[in-house]
Design a protein around this ligand. Structure first.
Ligand code: PAF
Length: 280
């Protein structure tokens, strides 16, 4: 695996590869787990060359968020990517990404400020900024995003359409612990008992799916049942529970008809966790 840590070296390498080769790209912030490796494996299967980037993007963290303490495990990450068979690991510096020479794209929709965007208003503008810059540097044919960060996946897909980026966005299923807990770099902050509490998140989503499958379509009822099941564990507090229409991304006030996205954000201890279920 080639490790490249400067923009000029990356651009030289990118210019040197065969123009008929497809480049699969997995942007990450490191602290890699099986969820990231699922994205990497998809890329290795679907593209000729796989590039992974590790860049903890300060612009997508709010002032009181965990940028400074965000887990940084570069040596372990390198080993995992090497073992997986990744071709290039790009570890840019701040100046490389935010150089005036690199074009960024601004894309905001109302959806940027709902759900995750409501609680974290800097998050999606920061993600769009960095991902558009990374796309302009890496120039990938395919790029892989997890369905766990559903809102990110949806907004990046829209950015690619609106900005006519020549890349296909490939959604990848959420990878879960045997308990159902969605893999996340932030799970390492959880104690054993908090991990147990956190596993109730997915159970509450499955309960919602079961209700829908059995004919209960009232969004308010579904959300109340999710809340009730989450709050049965005193370690959990709720940030939001939402059911949006996948077509227009609007919160559903009446009946839920597929396709819909059910998402939750909770705190377990001080740790904020998200999860979702695509009801299709
Ligand atoms: O999902 C993430 O890890 C980040 O939001 C991303 C897409 C790498 C942009 O910094």
């Amino acid at each position: 695996m080639k490790i490249i840590s400067s923009l000029s070296e990356f651009l030289d390498w990118r210019a040197s590869i065969d123009s008929s080769a497809t480049v699969g790209f997995v942007p990450t912030m490191g602290a890699l787990h099986d969820g990231h490796l699922a994205l990497v494996k998809r890329s290795l299967n679907e593209a000729h060359i796989t590039v992974v980037s590790i860049f903890v993007n300060p612009k997508q963290f709010g002032e009181n968020e965990d940028f400074n303490s965000y887990p940084r495990t570069i040596e372990e990450d390198c080993d995992l990517l090497k073992q997986a068979g990744v071709d290039v690991l790009f570890v840019p510096q701040y100046e490389d990404i935010y150089s005036d020479d690199i074009k960024s794209f601004t894309f905001e929709s109302l959806f940027s400020y709902q759900l995750e965007g409501k609680s974290r208003p800097d998050f999606f503008p920061g993600v769009i900024n960095v991902v558009s810059r990374l796309f302009n540097i890496v120039n990938p044919s395919l790029s892989f995003f997890g369905k766990k960060d559903a809102q990110q996946l949806i907004l990046i897909s829209k950015m690619v359409d609106v900005g006519s980026f020549p890349v296909r966005i490939v959604p990848v299923e959420t990878v879960r612990e045997p308990s159902g807990l969605a893999m996340s770099s932030r799970n390492i902050y959880l104690s054993k008992t908090q991990t147990l509490s956190a596993s109730k998140i997915y159970k509450s989503l499955l309960l919602a799916k079961d209700l829908l499958d059995r004919g209960e379509k009232e969004a308010k009822k579904i959300k109340n049942e999710i809340k009730k099941s989450l709050l049965a564990d005193s370690a959990i507090s709720i940030d939001y529970v939402s059911v949006v229409n996948l077509d227009d991304l609007k919160e559903i006030l009446g009946s839920v008809n597929a396709p819909a996205l059910i998402s939750v954000a909770v705190y377990v201890g001080g740790v904020r966790l998200i999860d979702n279920l695509f009801y299709e």
